[in-house]
Ligand binder design. Structure first.
Ligand SMILES: Nc1ncnc2c1ncn2[C@@H]1O[C@H](COP(=O)(O)OP(=O)(O)OP(=O)(O)O)[C@@H](O)[C@H]1O
Ligand SMILES: [Zn+2]
Length: 725
């Protein structure tokens, strides 16, 4: 018997081991410990086979089998196998990414359950002898019918009663096999369901009609159109059948409000997976979901790996969000993995967004996904009015034109909140010497340091490097150093000066460090404690602020002229999402953009015709330029302290390519050429057939790994790259 094991090492393929005599054959999906070089590693069994390509004499024996039951089901293993091939990423690392840290480290996968039972003495004793302590008597009588797990017993009896009986030697604990508690479907109690409007009804019916098999839906609903209500009503019948629902949300869109909405509707506990959990908590949720103990699991990107005992549906909310793409290691896209997983699990998948990605929209327009639309805001809220303010030649106070200040005042006087959006944190993006023009730069990234006044620091936003604010120019020694440009910190100060009678609050990753802090700030916004809200894109995502009536985007110009072909799509999504925070309740919402380019076709189209129109036009442009989703891309990245090595490696990769139908672009410097002291190069592969790229890569990857420079540079492959910085 040969056991093929996937190990967390940066080498492709599985590794073969011999099964020692007398050892029972492990099932695929079980963890095993094996010798690897001079080390012992744990990995996961992928197959059991009769023969190995290696000569048997060379094979080593596996050391131990760690699980009796597979920790990954056959289906999940098949899915991860697919992912490893698709992303051209070693299976061992794919599996390791998918597992909770505790399981990677070798912790037990099964839950041990502590139970209470009667001791020999306890069994022999008549419970009547305890009648002066009725609680103790009741407990003994309860255990006379059999052992009881500690958790349940604790709910019925106080710790004092339990301890008293233990001290009398009447009861004792034993470790027992864990019995999963799967009766949550009986506890479901639907509460507060809204009457769906016509569009919502159509969407709910469409999903319900396909609820028993695979079907992918795009739920394209403008901001505030009640997409969440559609999710809630489509999952209700599935939950009642005991089928589990996995919901993915963007990293900063997961708030206690979201979780509370699901808990309130169904009256059952929702399991939550996010980066703030301890390893132990994460393992617990993983186990509970795998055992079928929880009906609803809500989590960010990596929650897509949660096992489900009885899957019913997968939902990816705000499917366009960039946080679904992993940006280092195995660069998977959780939305794309969700599509394949739903197909393998034979369950429906809903991709929801007000601003769908062009990839998803293209699939919906091409009828590969069923397209559901919610075109109007729900519950009587009106659509947001969009306007542009031309700031050419205008005097600006802290980035705000006079006309804009008047608008803001008008809204404040009506008792509403105003949101000011600027995509740059800190006080100013650069510090310049007024005498010689020298700019303080991070030498590792060759970009200017951002000035953080409150922290009294200069910080590099690319590598995190920081230093104290200098008093004199490093080049000429003059003390006249001045901030250039504006960030959230400066805007907060400035706006407070312009509107001294109102209170301003800043929400960015500096002010909202730590999950709880952000929740606290969001809570304060909804209580109306501040009237002027200044923020970065943290404020743009999915939040519901009923008192906000005006949203101002201070500067869209930088994004209009980006080298990245996805920049227009991302800007349009951002503007639409930010605007969607306004006028969500009874008051009319307004969006104002300040720009030097009011006639820019992208802005004009977006403002006059909305995202739906913009996106369809953008798709046409992509088709014309043969860019994704009309072509497929893979990006080799290489970086090294010596830029020539990175370049040379990619030249070698390029030379491996026989003439095929793949277009090669590069090697070229990345948009950000230097970072953390390393020079960064890229080689882009593009083809109008996905299989072309796939085939070439699967044939060539092992050769590329053996290239002379492969060990001298840091390199990676990114399938369907989202970002070229
Ligand atoms: N059928 C309905 N009748 C009345 N109110 C509704 C209905 N559907 C949704 N709402 C209300 O409309 C508001 C917006 O709904 P919801 O948050 O579900 O929208 P959404 O599309 O998920 O929003 P976004 O994408 O902007 O975050 C909520 O306050 C919700 O309670
Ligand atoms: Zn830096």
């Amino acid at each position: 018997m040969i056991v093929e094991v996937a190990l967390p090492v940066p080498l492709r393929g599985g590794f073969d081991y011999l099964l020692p005599e007398g050892q029972p054959t492990p099932t695929p999906g079980c963890r095993v410990r094996v010798p690897f070089g001079s080390r012992q590693l744990s990995g996961v069994v992928v197959t059991i086979k009769q023969d190995s390509e290696q000569p048997t004499a060379k094979l080593r024996q596996l050391s131990a089998v760690l699980d009796h039951q597979p920790i990954l089901s056959e289906r999940l293993l098949e899915w991860l196998n697919w992912a490893s091939r698709y992303y051209q990423h070693p299976l061992g690392d794919v599996i390791s990414t998918a597992l909770p840290a505790r399981l990677r480290k070798g912790d037990a996968a099964t839950i041990q359950q502590t139970c209470w039972q009667l001791t020999e003495t306890g069994l022999a004793q008549d419970s009547q002898s305890l009648k002066r302590a009725p609680q103790q008597q009741a407990l003994v009588e309860r255990l006379q019918s059999g052992r009881c797990d500690a958790r349940t017993l604790k709910q019925a009896f106080s710790a004092t009663v339990i301890r008293a009986l233990e001290e009398k030697g009447l009861i004792e604990t034993v470790e027992d096999e864990y019995v999963a508690d799967t009766d949550w479907p009986q506890r479901i109690h639907i509460c507060g369901q809204l009457t769906p409007n016509l569009e919502q009804s159509l969407a709910i019916t469409a999903v319900n009609n396909h609820a028993q098999g695979f079907q992918c839906f795009l739920l394209e609903g403008v901001t505030g159109s009640g997409k969440t209500e559609v999710y809630l009503q489509t999952i209700a019948p599935l939950l009642k059948q005991g089928r589990q629902i996995l919901i993915l949300v963007p990293e900063i869109g997961l708030t206690p409000q979201t979780v509370a909405r699901f808990e309130q509707r169904f009256g059952i506990e929702v399991a939550v997976l996010h980066s703030g959990l301890t390893d132990k908590e994460r393992l617990r949720v993983w186990q509970q979901a795998g055992l079928g103990e929880v009906g609803i699991i809500i989590g960010t990107r990596s929650a897509i790996f949660t096992p489900l005992a009885n899957p019913g549906m997968i939902i990816v909310d705000e499917e366009h969000d960039g946080s679904y793409k992993q940006q280092d290691g195995w660069r998977y896209h959780a939305r794309d993995l969700a599509v394949v997983r739903a197909r393998m699990e034979k369950v429906p998948l809903i991709l929801g967004s007000a601003t769908p990605s062009l990839e998803t929209l293209n699939n919906a327009l091409g009828s590969r996904y069923q397209h559901l639309s919610l075109g109007k805001r729900a519950g009587g809220a009106n659509a947001v009015k969009h306007q542009v303010l031309d700031i050419k030649g205008q005097a600006l106070d802290y980035g705000l034109a006079k006309g804009m200040q008047q608008r803001i005042r008008l809204h404040l006087q009506q008792g509403h909140q105003v949101m000011l959006f600027i995509n740059r944190r800190g006080f100013a993006p650069a510090l310049i010497c007024h005498q010689c023009g020298h700019v303080e730069e991070c030498h590792r990234c060759e970009r200017s340091f951002t000035l953080h006044r409150q922290l009294k620091k200069l910080q590099c936003h690319h590598c995190g490097d920081a230093k104290v604010v200098p008093h004199r120019c490093a080049a000429c020694g003059h003390p006249d150093l001045q901030p250039v440009g504006m960030g959230t910190e400066q805007l907060e100060q400035g706006i407070q000066r312009i509107f001294p009678d109102y209170s301003a609050m800043r929400i960015d990753s500096d002010s909202a460090r730590g999950k709880q802090k952000l929740h606290g700030l969001l809570e304060e916004i909804n209580q109306g404690k501040s009237q002027l809200l200044i923020g970065t894109q943290i404020l743009a995502k999915g939040h519901h602020f009923p008192r906000v009536s005006l949203v101002v985007i201070l500067d869209v110009d930088s994004a209009l002229f980006s080298a990245d072909y996805r920049a227009a799509e991302h800007l349009a999504q951002l503007i639409t999402q930010v605007a969607g925070r306004a006028g969500r309740a009874q008051i009319q919402g307004e969006l104002w953009l300040q720009t030097h380019n009011p006639g820019h076709p992208l802005l004009q189209d977006l403002l006059n015709n909305g995202y739906q129109h913009f996106a369809r036009l953008a798709l046409k442009e992509r088709q014309f330029a043969a860019l994704p989703p009309y072509s497929y891309q893979a990006l080799f990245r290489a970086e090294a302290v010596d830029g020539n090595l990175a370049y040379g490696f990619l030249e070698q990769v390029k030379a491996c390519l026989q003439p095929t139908d793949i277009t090669l672009i590069g090697p070229l410097p990345a948009l950000m050429e230097k970072r953390q002291g390393r020079y960064r190069m890229q080689l882009l592969l593009q083809s109008d057939k996905r299989t072309g790229i796939q085939q070439w890569l699967s044939n060539m990857m092992s050769n590329i790994e053996k290239l002379p420079l492969a060990n001298k540079v840091r390199w990676s492959l990114d399938m369907d790259p989202m970002d070229f910085t």
